[in-house]
Design a protein around this ligand. Structure first.
Ligand SMILES: Cc1cc2nc3c(=O)[nH]c(=O)nc-3n(C[C@H](O)[C@H](O)[C@H](O)COP(=O)(O)OP(=O)(O)OC[C@H]3O[C@@H](n4cnc5c(N)ncnc54)[C@H](O)[C@@H]3O)c2cc1C
Length: 401
């Protein structure tokens, strides 16, 4: 029986294992950590947004410049297929807010347990604490609790993840081993990340940790409504992540970037100016601002923090400032803290089955490939889909197809 190695026991690797084993190969999954799927479990802590229910044409655009290269993988394992697959493991899904799809259990552990059980029943062998250390000729080298071992396989799927949250296993240590063999790797950068801001100490003291809800934010990514969190070093949260690729790119290009906030998206600028003008002239500025805008707490403090001369502005200018509050960003938070990473193995080095052109029989899948997407279930969907495509490719390769 042909033997296939899958290196990396995350969503992409386990899906590759499932697809290859269904096609009759003897599959071994090698995982560096003591257990598989640690990042999947971490994703489950926020409910496990496993895919998205928007129309396919819209869904596919979320992968930006990688859309065309991910098409075949997504055709083979669509968002709907993700939901059916989940249900097959006893994890019925539902469509939550903004069309995000979650398992009813709102966590990953039951799903991962059922998946690992089914893989074992299917004959997939999982070897944890096996850290791949590169190649020895055409053999794979692993560090194991019993020392270094070298093994040969008929095909291999690499599914080692990106470079965020390295403590969960994906530490990108593989880059030099592939680069030495001529594979071009786009440097990893933070994606779905927070941004550092020069807050005043007073603002941090009073408001670090507070959510800023129901605002609109604008960047090169467009205008989006949502919420984010202010913390001691800057800003993070879903609305910031949605803008993060655009803001990161602008910071890299121009050396500076700002997120434009509309703190009162429900009112026009003219209406807000009228409401501010109606306030009693003898009232304190704080009271005029609060009553005229309806803002309080952290939102009110943001106006004061970001518009130091706010008290001196007439209602028209003040309304304009509140609906166009420029929040200057210093830099992205580190790659290690980002939800995901951009960059990875370049598409020019991969064929349509995700085999590395310079390394016949070696396939790659998941976040280690050069694509990025916002949060919303797009990350896991593409990891599953590319894992499946690579697993099928490896199974066909060993059959000489
Ligand atoms: C906090 C957080 C929340 C998230 N929430 C969501 C969400 O709700 N929805 C969503 O779609 N996505 C979410 N993601 C992203 C998603 O979890 C990842 O995109 C996905 O897990 C990547 O899958 P992967 O299989 O490519 O890599 P990983 O899940 O990183 O798996 C790679 C595996 O390879 C192993 N490995 C690495 N190097 C070696 C080696 N040398 N030898 C052997 N094994 C090795 C690692 O230990 C790891 O188990 C979240 C991520 C984080 C950090």
């Amino acid at each position: 029986m042909a033997r296939i190695a899958i290196i990396g026991g995350g969503p992409a690797g386990l899906m590759a294992a499932e697809a290859a084993s269904e096609r009759g190969a003897a599959v071994t999954v090698f995982e560096a950590m003591p257990t598989a799927g640690r990042k999947l479990l971490m994703a489950g802590k926020s409910g496990l947004n496993i895919t998205h229910a928007e129309a396919r044409e819209q869904f596919d655009t979320r992968y930006g410049s990688a859309q065309a290269r991910l098409q075949a993988a997504l055709d083979g394992f669509s968002p709907q297929a993700v939901r059916e697959w989940c249900a097959g493991l006893g994890g019925e899904t539902f469509v939550g807010s903004s069309d995000r799809v979650f398992p009813r259990a709102m966590k990953a552990s039951p799903l991962l347990r059922a998946w690992l059980r089914r893989l074992a029943e299917q004959g997939v062998s999982l070897r944890t604490r096996h850290r791949w250390q590169g190649f020895d000729g055409d053999a794979l080298v692993f560090d194991t609790p019993d020392g270094r071992v070298t093994e040969r396989f008929d095909a291999t799927v690499l599914a080692l993840g990106g470079a965020s949250w390295p403590e969960l296993g994906s530490d990108a240590a593989w880059i030099p081993w592939l680069a030495e063999r001529g594979v071009k790797i786009t440097p990893f950068r933070p994606a779905n990340c927070g941004f550092e801001v020069d807050w005043s100490p007073v603002f941090v003291d009073r408001f670090a940790g507070q959510p800023v809800k129901a605002v609109k934010a604008t960047s090169d990514a467009g205008s989006l409504a949502g919420e984010f969190v202010v913390n001691a070093w800057g800003i993070e949260g879903s609305l910031v992540y949605a803008h993060s690729a655009a803001l990161r790119d602008r910071l890299e290009r121009d050396g500076s970037a700002s997120l434009r906030l509309d703190l009162v998206p429900g009112r026009t600028e003219e209406r807000l100016a009228r409401d501010l003008a109606r306030q009693q002239a003898k009232a304190s500025f704080s009271n005029r601002l609060r009553k005229g805008t309806g803002l309080d707490g952290v939102k009110l403090a943001l106006v004061r923090e970001l518009v130091p001369d706010a008290a001196a502005l007439d209602p028209v200018r003040l309304a304009h400032a509140i609906k166009n509050l420029l929040l200057p960003l210093k830099r992205t938070r580190s790659l290690e803290e980002a939800i995901s990473s951009a960059g990875g193995i370049g598409w020019a080095d991969l064929d349509d089955s995700l085999m590395l052109k310079s390394l016949p029989g070696i396939f790659a899948a998941g976040e280690m490939l050069d694509w990025e997407a916002p949060t919303g279930g797009y990350l896991l969907t593409a990891c599953f889909a590319t894992g499946r495509l690579a697993g099928i490719g490896a199974a066909r390769y060993v059959r000489g197809e």
